[in-house]
Ligand binder design. Structure first.
Ligand SMILES: NC(=O)c1ccc[n+]([C@@H]2O[C@H](COP(=O)([O-])OP(=O)(O)OC[C@H]3O[C@@H](n4cnc5c(N)ncnc54)[C@H](OP(=O)(O)O)[C@@H]3O)[C@@H](O)[C@H]2O)c1
Length: 272
């Protein structure tokens, strides 16, 4: 499939990541349009990316094969109300706003093919993970078109919508868990006497290498961890402290809290 034309409504941090990713993946600037709230932001983006950047949501959405809504959940209703009149049934709307349900979007945009998607920020380096769920008016061709766009910056997976709040809490929020781990590990390394630059290098490359090993290996995380844990050894000592301190329970609570917050934000996001 070639490059469908794309409008990104709300070119904030995620919108910009997608815009730059689509350019890297071979989209021409003319295939894209960015819509921002502030004219100054539009002008900066246009200078940096050569993509036409404007402040009119309706003009941005008009005629584009894929219309990505990338505003905060609370701003979704404004965007939907401003593009409602200019959409046609052959356009696919892809909403990235955490927690905003398909049923809510579909009641605001009746008959429109809609995809709800949850990407993450490693899309900035083409290693994103985007889960998506399709609305009732989206055909296989619409879904495929949305996946071409979302997949330009990483992997995609189609799931049932009831799992997307969990996805938000796992892969959407996931990079923050890894970054917090990196921060904590760097601080711990410095406390053990390592210079800051060495601590950073050790931690970044360890996280990168472990991720790649997990990805490439046919072994589970559990088995890979077993390989570096000998009885009575250093890793066993560290794992004992983490288990005793409730690491797993804490992780479960964090994910549950993020999933609940996603549901809450979604409920408040749009009032049709
Ligand atoms: N960041 C992530 O990791 C991530 C991951 C998955 C999903 N999401 C979802 O993606 C969405 C965007 O997140 P983000 O982190 O990119 O937020 P963000 O940086 O705040 O970007 C949202 C952008 O939308 C703009 N905007 C708001 N109302 C607008 C309007 N009426 N017309 C045009 N532009 C408008 C905002 O402009 P102003 O700057 O003027 O307010 C802002 O630049 C959120 O719904 C979030 O739930 C984010």
């Amino acid at each position: 499939m070639d490059h469908p034309t794309v409008a990104i409504l709300g070119a904030g941090s995620l919108g910009e990541i997608f815009a730059r990713g689509l350019l890297r993946a071979g989209w021409a600037p003319d295939d894209l349009v960015l819509v921002t709230r502030r004219a100054e932001r539009a002008s900066d983006l246009q200078k940096e990316t050569a993509i036409s950047s404007i402040t009119s949501l309706a003009a941005g959405a008009e005629g584009r094969e894929v219309v990505i809504i990338s505003v905060k959940p609370n701003d979704t209703s404004t965007v939907v109300s401003q593009i409602r009149e200019c959409l046609t049934p052959d356009q696919v709307v892809v909403c990235l706003a955490a927690g905003v349900e398909l049923a809510t979007l579909e009641s605001a945009l009746p008959g429109q093919p809609i995809i709800r998607a949850m990407p993450n920020t490693p899309s900035a380096v083409d290693l994103g993970m985007t889960a998506l769920a399709a609305g009732t008016s989206a055909s296989n061709a619409h879904i495929a078109r949305a996946r071409v766009v979302l997949g330009a910056v990483g992997e995609t997976i189609e799931l049932s919508e009831d799992l997307l709040d969990a996805v938000t809490a796992v892969s959407g929020t996931g990079p923050a868990y890894v970054f917090l781990l990196a921060e904590a590990l760097i601080e711990a390394a410095i406390r053990e006497g390592l210079p800051h630059h060495a601590a950073e290098k050790l931690v970044y490359q360890t996280i990168r290498g472990s991720g790649e090993l997990l990805f490439q290996s046919d072994k589970s995380a559990f088995r890979l961890r077993g390989q570096v844990t000998s009885p009575g050894g250093t890793t066993a000592a560290a794992m004992h402290v983490l288990e005793e301190g409730g690491f797993r329970a804490l992780m479960e609570d964090a994910v549950q809290s993020a999933a609940n917050r996603s549901r809450e934000l979604g409920k408040r996001a749009i009032d049709t």
